[in-house]
Design a protein around this ligand. Sequence first.
Ligand SMILES: Cc1cc2nc3c(=O)[nH]c(=O)nc-3n(C[C@H](O)[C@H](O)[C@H](O)COP(=O)(O)OP(=O)(O)OC[C@H]3O[C@@H](n4cnc5c(N)ncnc54)[C@H](O)[C@@H]3O)c2cc1C
Length: 291
Amino acid sequence: MAKPVILTVDDDPEVLQAVARDLRQEYGDRYRILRAESGAGALEALEQIKLRNQPVALFLADQRMPHMSGVEFLEQALSMFPDAKRALLTAYADTDAAIRAINTTKIDYYLMKPWDPPQERLYPVLNDLLDDWQATFHPPFEGIRVIGNRWSPQSHQAKDFLARNQIPYQWMDIKLSPEAQQLAEYANCDKLHLPLVLFIFIGAQPHTDWLDGVVEKGDRGFILTGPDLQLNGRRPKGWTLERDPYLLETNIPGVFAVGDVRQGSVKRVASSVGEGSICVQFVHQYLRNVV
Ligand SMILES: Cc1cc2nc3c(=O)[nH]c(=O)nc-3n(C[C@H](O)[C@H](O)[C@H](O)COP(=O)(O)OP(=O)(O)OC[C@H]3O[C@@H](n4cnc5c(N)ncnc54)[C@H](O)[C@@H]3O)c2cc1C
């Protein structure tokens, strides 16, 4: 089963990075840590997560964000993932809103900024929430899902095809299942295009958890290199050299990433091989200056 998601939302990129880093350090081995810079961006990511049938364990949202506040985001997220735990990250001035939200929006907890040290002010609360979530969590069905109308011949054809090939599937009736209706909407599938067959695409998830806290990664765990490491024109944190990182270089000088695992790479054999050979050039360039 894919790791359950912990999604954190904050409009301040530095705060977002710090929260994600702390979450990865403590939970990265068991949960997939995702981050978004706005409520709208987070809701878009949630649609994709829903389509992939991946579970969400926890939302941690900043209250004060432009366009959509943390509470507004959590309200909408709740309709997509009703079982996920919901925590609000607030500054002192927002505590009244947070307390009101506990009652109106079913927020499980509000945490105060700053949360340092996380061992005292972040992890104990989140551990409790995640334990509660685990206690009632039922792993989702992981095979193919067929969404359709039970009277439609096309639905029967799709089901017959899968059954004949002994491929397990889950049938979801668009008329009876609100979840099926929600999924069809996220997949932009109207009634004329049913049945909709959803399956998991393997190979699109990098297994980079072991690099947590070592190299910088993007929201989905792909390794950041070269210009992707620069935030508002600034070099990556801790970078001490006088030059910018080379094209395929990570935030650690002399450590390079190529192929599928690199953020922004074209996920194809030829481009992975190509990046590997280009990278050799940068390795030589790097070594020339250190040896
Ligand atoms: C189902 C599927 C079909 C595809 N079809 C095509 C296609 O038709 N044409 C095409 O061009 N591309 C295709 N691709 C994409 C292509 O396979 C990849 O783009 C390519 O293999 C990437 O090469 P890579 O060296 O970056 O990564 P990989 O080939 O994934 O190699 C990474 C290696 O690192 C190993 N590894 C991982 N973690 C660790 C660790 N911690 N320690 C040590 N080793 C580790 C892995 O076991 C693996 O052997 C397909 C991919 C999938 C999943």
